[in-house]
Design a protein around this ligand. Structure first.
Ligand code: ZN
Length: 147
């Protein structure tokens, strides 16, 4: 549904309404309130591709994308949530970025560790902002793939 018949919220998913629970699958109803809010925010942003993210208020973007345990634990958090494929993909991506940065450092004659902080920040940002989206794919869309 794009508009909930019960509470009138628009932009929700075919799975049902995360705001009031109307027509929502039982295992999604049983999610914690935090996850329901995150999923509602992601749904309103147009799903995990976030096509409508720019139309969303800042607080809603934050709810959709921020995940503190993922920020702290990175790939371990993904494993804990059973999203090991995505954990591997993101880890590979971070190694790829690190490799490219090393090549750039070598080309410009910079010390090898010049871009370590760039890689660290890229890694934290990736693992943090992909966590809710990946869990949404898994729980709502039934996709638990590599990306
Ligand atoms: Zn509703």
């Amino acid at each position: 549904m794009s508009t909930c018949e019960k509470c009138g919220v628009t932009g929700n998913v075919p799975a049902g309404c995360f705001d009031c629970g109307e027509a929502l699958d039982q295992r999604l109803v049983e999610l914690s309130p935090t996850w329901r809010q995150r999923f509602a925010a992601i749904a309103k942003a147009g799903g995990p591709t976030l096509v409508n993210l720019r139309k969303c208020p800042l607080g809603q973007r934050f709810t959709a994308l921020f995940n503190f345990p993922a920020l702290l634990f990175g790939p371990l958090y993904y494993l804990f949530r059973g999203m090991w494929r995505k954990a591997l993909s993101l880890t590979a991506l971070v190694f790829g970025i690190a490799l490219i940065m090393q090549v750039i450092a070598a080309v410009f004659g910079l010390p090898e560790e010049s871009f370590d902080n760039v890689v660290r920040i890229a890694s934290i940002v990736l693992f943090t902002q992909q966590a809710n989206l990946t869990y949404y794919r898994k729980m709502v869309l039934g996709q638990n793939g590599w990306w």
